[in-house]
Design a protein around this ligand. Structure first.
Ligand code: ACO
Length: 401
């Protein structure tokens, strides 16, 4: 005889919406997605135009400030970011203190959590200037941290930042290139820049919603973003790019042909998913996946490489897009389906794919956190629940159970 309201523990109505499929938790002017049409825009600019004409740092500025920068504004922003790409010597020690086999996302999240310890001035006063400094520090230091994590897992020494190389080029040099042969091909720099830009924001995805949730308790920007990094590590979210490569290798080495694997995915008792396919919001081709797919062809072409896994991915896409199972459920490739193949061609090991996603997503996390902090309608995130446990019972002493 308990009323539904008593069960819910509330006097008003509660919406039961697992995974927030239909519940908006905020208002935002940053990113627009039309999932049915496959449209993505940052601050009103179509992702295709930004991918063609803009770059990661300019897009970071756009996401944060709402407008594209003038030449002077961009140069001042870029100079400021580049001035901070060096990290404190203790960071090398912090990263080196992890086992070399530790998952990079765990090291990166710890390093980002450690950052505010080195910049206490960021928390002394609140306000725009301090937020701006925190923004610049995060954008500037994450590439160095990611590069050092890769060096550490490979047992290599961590080279100093050389900001005069430019933001993306210096990241690639620090991460991948011989210290004595720092030539990074232009095509590789521009492909990496484009991939970072494509990941820069995606409205209320799991990691961004996490950043907002944590930030709504007024946790500082660094700790809020570290929580986002942890969320991104999950295989259903940022971890999918790594899972796609593992899946493609498994198909090549074990299943032999694509159809056998697709049949396994369709068999609901198998629990196997086609990684890099499907999206909560897109029920059409993910516009980012289309850009990444052609970028994969360009990069491999310009490096004079071929990759049997890229051929396999294309074949898998063809089979899936013509199969009723995928058509009926509106499952299309998402951004992760082809990114790993480019990262692999550039020279990144699979374990670094999700860290690269984190690097790309950083400007979005920051912009969303800052937007939330300045929105007077923000309240601490505190979802309700539908209680399903026992109604009420008396305590039984241990000896009598
Ligand atoms: N392979 C096979 N079947 C799938 C897949 C897939 N990749 N994705 C969804 N389905 C099926 C489900 O089994 C379900 O079928 P049913 O109705 O017969 O039960 C139906 O499609 C709906 O799936 P849901 O799980 O309800 O979709 P949801 O919106 O909750 O999940 C998600 C979205 C997590 C992205 C899912 O599609 C998935 O697991 N994809 C693979 C992992 C992946 O690529 N993640 C990256 C997401 S994008 C990003 O983070 C950048």
């Amino acid at each position: 005889g308990l009323s539904i309201q008593r069960l819910l523990g509330t006097t008003g109505d509660v919406t039961y919406d697992p995974g927030f499929g239909n519940t908006a938790n905020c208002q935002s002017g940053i990113t627009f997605i039309d999932g049915a049409e496959g449209i993505l825009r940052y601050r009103g600019y179509p992702i295709e135009e930004l991918a063609q004409h803009s770059g990661y740092l300019e897009t970071s500025y756009l996401l944060g400030k709402g407008e594209l920068p003038s030449t002077e504004q961009f140069e001042a922003f870029e100079t400021r970011v580049l001035r901070h790409t060096h990290v404190h010597e203790d960071f090398r020690r912090l990263i080196a203190s992890f086992p070399r086999s530790a998952h990079p996302m765990a090291i990166i999240s710890s390093a980002v959590s450690a950052l505010p310890g080195f910049y206490p001035e960021v928390f002394e006063v609140a306000g725009e200037d301090v937020e701006e400094l925190a923004t610049v520090l995060l954008l500037a230091k994450l590439p160095t941290i990611v590069a050092y994590v890769l060096r550490h897992t490979r047992g290599q020494r961590m080279p100093d930042a050389e900001p005069e190389n430019g933001f993306v080029r210096d990241f690639l040099r620090m991460a991948l290139h011989e210290v004595r042969d720092p030539e990074v091909p232009d095509e590789v720099v521009s492909a990496m820049d484009k991939l970072l830009l494509l990941h820069a924001d995606h409205e209320q995805n799991c990691s961004t919603a996490t950043v907002r949730n944590v930030g709504s308790a007024h946790a500082n920007l660094f700790l809020s973003v570290a929580a986002g990094i942890n969320a991104l590590s999950g295989p259903l979210h940022g971890g999918a790019n790594e899972a796609v490569l593992t899946m493609l290798e498994e198909i090549r080495d074990t299943h032999g042909d694509v159809n056998t694997f697709v049949n396994k995915v369709k068999d609901k008792s198998s629990d196997v998913r086609l990684m890099g396919f499907g999206h909560r919001v897109y029920k059409n081709y993910d516009p980012r996946a289309a850009i990444v797919k052609s970028a994969a062809d360009e990069v491999l072409g310009s490096l004079g490489m071929s990759d049997d896994l890229l051929d396999l991915a294309r074949e898998l896409e063809d089979v899936a897009l013509n199969d009723d199972y995928f058509v009926q459920r509106k499952l299309y490739p998402n951004v992760d389906f082809y990114t790993g193949l480019i990262y692999r061609a550039i020279g990144f090991p699979t374990s670094m794919f999700t860290p690269l996603f984190a690097l790309g997503r950083m400007p979005g996390w920051i912009a969303q956190w800052r937007e939330m902090m300045h929105d007077p309608s923000t309240r601490i995130a505190r979802p309700r629940q539908v209680y399903t446990g026992p109604a009420m019972r008396g305590y039984v002493p241990m000896a009598e159970r």
